[in-house]
Design a protein around this ligand. Structure first.
Ligand SMILES: [Zn+2]
Length: 289
């Protein structure tokens, strides 16, 4: 039964590494993605074609994309902030791309230097190109319950941005608790509002683990009908030199949590632990240097 299965999007190589100060060698990133490819994910977010000035960690996006071994049933996704990034993503044979907007006006201004409206216009060009190339586009929304500048974010603001991204052609919206301050109450209230207007099978949960409430937040999301979640191997992303701190919810935690509830994920925990050991070795090795 469909309801007994959850699909997990592994975002560690992008959302995780993007926030790690330790620069990881391209060959190690390639090895990590290859290990993750053996685990059973449908989708792996590999990297981001942003300006190396913004994110030096991901300056080797093309090298990584051309170095990985691809499994035909896995979608290898990349983040594309603009048309230039999209063009590079296309050249690198990305299976799908992702665009991103914020539910908070101040976060949008501070994060990408433009209003929410302006960001959607900018991404319209990416959407037009992707439509011609028949490349699927995923939409991320950040700050879905809480903003570092504005505090509480209104569910109606999330719903409005989500609707616009879907209207532009995104196949799915990933709802990001960027600060990790979400609670089952605030996530539940936000989802109730969004689900009134948007089919739940077009939504994914993307929760950061700042307050260690991500599993509770996933639980309430399951109750509301969500069956797609983003997670990061080892919970990387968020705190330099400390894998697991304030990054995305750790993939193995989510998989175990779901398997304990008799919900299948298709993820092989033994293979996952090999990938996890490799991630730990990367950070141990680098923090010793
Ligand atoms: Zn994130």
């Amino acid at each position: 039964m469909r309801n007994d299965h959850v699909s997990i999007v592994e975002v560690g190589p992008r959302d995780g590494l993007q926030n790690e100060k330790t620069i990881i060698a391209s060959e190690d990133k390639i090895k990590l993605v290859n290990l993750l490819s053996d685990c059973g994910f449908d989708t792996i977010e590999v990297t981001s074609f942003v300006s190396p000035k913004w994110v030096p960690q991901l300056a080797d996006a093309s090298v990584v994309m051309s170095g990985i071994s691809r499994h035909p049933r896995i979608s290898y996704a990349v983040l594309t902030p603009n048309l230039k990034g999209y063009t590079q993503a296309k050249e690198s044979n990305a299976s799908e791309v992702a665009i991103f907007a914020a539910a908070s006006e101040t976060f949008s201004q501070n994060n990408i230097n433009c209003s929410i409206d302006e960001s959607l216009v900018r991404f319209g060009r990416v959407m037009d190109a992707a439509r011609v190339d028949q490349v699927p586009v995923r939409g991320y929304i950040s700050c879905v319950v809480d903003c570092p500048y504005e505090g509480k974010v209104l569910p109606s603001a999330v719903c409005s941005v989500a609707t616009r991204l879907l209207d532009m052609g995104c196949y799915e919206i990933s709802l990001g608790d960027t600060t990790g301050n979400g609670t089952p109450q605030s996530i539940g209230t936000m989802l109730d509002c969004v689900i009134e207007h948007i089919s739940v099978d077009k939504l994914a949960g993307h929760y950061h683990d700042t307050n260690h409430r991500t599993l509770e937040n996933i639980d309430i999301s399951l109750e509301k009908g969500l069956r797609r979640f983003d997670s990061s191997i080892g919970g990387i992303g968020g705190c330099p030199y400390a894998p697991g701190a304030r990054g995305n919810v750790a993939t193995s935690d989510v998989v175990r949590f779901l398997h304990d509830k008799n919900i299948s994920t298709g993820i092989d925990l033994d293979k996952l632990s090999l990938a996890l050991q490799f991630v730990h070795s990367l950070f141990e090795q680098n923090s010793a240097n």
